[in-house]
Design a protein around this ligand. Structure first.
Ligand code: FPP
Length: 253
């Protein structure tokens, strides 16, 4: 545990944190800068939060970096986001190796331009065996799309005789999602104050604790993450049970 956050209890840390990084545009507008400067500053927050999560001992961090809807933004902004992503992947790859971070892309990544895909595949492959923390970048990601894609794969497996419909359970369905094999997020953070899920991890957040902060993403750094984690550790997660049942040690359903 890092010495600047002595109050965090290692036994009740979230295993998986998911973040909707919002507010880059507003951060830039407040300073009369263009939106792209906001995304660039947002990349500094990404760096800081990835480092902090690794140091704290989080096992999976999922960042919503580019949604399926983001393709409809002005072409210059989309191009700038691609460039930032590529630069980030190239520059962070050595540190990911040093810190045992495994990079994993979730989403319809085949829509990305070849030069971005090349770097993405390269870093994913280089970091594949790292065991310290999984960094999921949600790229061209949409929760409904992920669920439809899973349903299509299941239907194909049934059609080909590899799967009997009776075997389709929640666990089996989860294994067809991009996040197969990972725990569901324990904590979802959204910056910039909007009370929306924005098509993010719709299946996986069924029992996730939610924390919304007014802070704009480019100003969100590890100090605030630690405050949110302290608040998370005070919550009682009940998974549909009563408080008494949880205190008597019943397991989550
Ligand atoms: C939302 O802010 C943010 C995004 C759509 C993109 C997130 C991208 C980054 C943080 C930088 C690049 C990412 C990586 C992983 C290197 P917004 O533009 O919707 O802000 P607004 O709501 O204030 O307009």
């Amino acid at each position: 545990m890092n010495s600047d956050n002595p109050a965090l209890h290692p036994e009740s840390l979230p295993q998986h944190i998911a973040i909707i990084m919002d507010g880059n545009g507003r951060w830039a507008k407040k300073r009369s800068l263009n939106r792209i400067r906001g995304h660039r500053e947002g990349t500094e927050s990404v760096r800081d939060i990835v480092r902090a999560c690794r140091e704290i001992g989080i096992k999976v961090l999922t960042l919503y970096a580019f949604s399926t809807e983001n393709w409809n933004r002005p072409p210059q902004e989309v191009a700038a986001l691609m460039k930032l992503l590529k630069t980030f992947l190239k520059s962070e790859s050595p540190e990911m190796m040093e810190n045992g971070i495994c990079l994993n892309a979730i989403g319809d990544i085949e829509r990305f331009p070849d030069d971005v895909l090349d770097v993405l595949h390269e870093v994913t492959e280089t970091t594949r065996k790292n065991q310290g923390m999984i960094l999921n970048l949600a790229l061209s990601y949409g929760g409904r799309h992920e669920i439809v894609r899973a349903a299509q794969h299941i239907a194909r497996d049934v059609e080909d005789g590899r799967l009997q419909p009776e075997r389709i359970t929640e666990e089996l369905f989860s294994s067809y999602l991009y996040t197969h094999g990972m725990p569901d997020p324990d904590l979802l953070i959204r910056t910039s104050g909007e009370m929306r899920i924005s098509n993010f991890l719709l299946w996986q957040i069924a029992y996730t604790e939610i924390s919304v902060t007014e802070t704009l993403w480019p100003e969100f750094r590890r100090e605030e993450l630690i405050l949110i984690l302290r608040d998370y550790q005070k919550r009682e997660r009940r998974f549909g049970l009563t408080g008494d049942q949880i205190r008597k040690g019943s397991r989550r359903p």
